[in-house]
Design a binder for this molecule. Sequence first.
Ligand SMILES: [Zn+2]
Length: 308
Amino acid sequence: MSLLAFELPAFVIGLLFGSFLNVCISRLPHHRSIAKPRSRCPNCKQTIVWYDNIPLLSWLALRAKCRHCKVPILWRYPLVELAVGLWFAHIAADLGGLYLFPPSSAGGLLQFQIYLVGLLIFGFLLIGLIVMDWQTHRLPDAFTFPGILIGFLLVCTQAIFLNPGQMDIKLTPKHDLRLSSPGSFVAKGNVFLTGPEHLVFGRVVAIAGAALLLLAIRGIYKALRGQEGLGLGDVKLLAMIAAFLGFWSAMLALFLGLMACMGYALVLLARGKAHGMSRLPLGSFLAVGGLVAALFGDVILGWYGSFL
Ligand SMILES: [Zn+2]
């Protein structure tokens, strides 16, 4: 069976979610309802009929112009649809790979499936936050708070499907009491945290730790510069990344985001387009860092760990 059997339907579903995400991007930062009214041309206010609202295709068919007033349709619309479509297709390829090369245990399969479903939601939210922060300097609570909650609940669900003993933390591992064959019986007395406790409590600490760290950076920046450099939206965004990916991946996203944001600031300064008081869309860069951490976090953190 070809992997395209997973990727192509996921791409189409991703385009539809991307179309919905465009509605969220247009309305959430301005506190407008995403349910109604129906989509209209921002210029001539004509309601957009369904055949002019098909992801990617309508934009191409209309040659990127409104059918009625011919005002250009922003590049953002097809780009967001394409981005979500490609993200869904990429995750679906991993999901398809699970069926072709399943993990050894049923619990392992379920854990990984839950993780990948989490990544689908994570990418959808991050792509939206990248564009919203870039365009409006806002990271709506309507994305970050549910994001933190969904990420955490998915980890709780993963904890249910841990194999016995998986991720247990033991106080004195060398005093394990093993009877008969290995694994058939292990003393429970020295288990400090069971695997599920480790996973769930660990994630609570990761979320709180990531948020507190950024709050501390925010406080230090404010004390040194006498002005706000980081919004609370950035704090919630990093907590959301920690909720989905864990603490170290969130730190990787923070590092990458800060580096990219500084690079962007230097480019702006060099071209005379910014000054010391300019507002930078740090949240957009943090969110890109989150996507990179989701895709390559294990490789990058493993490579970094090999030096320690
Ligand atoms: Zn129009």
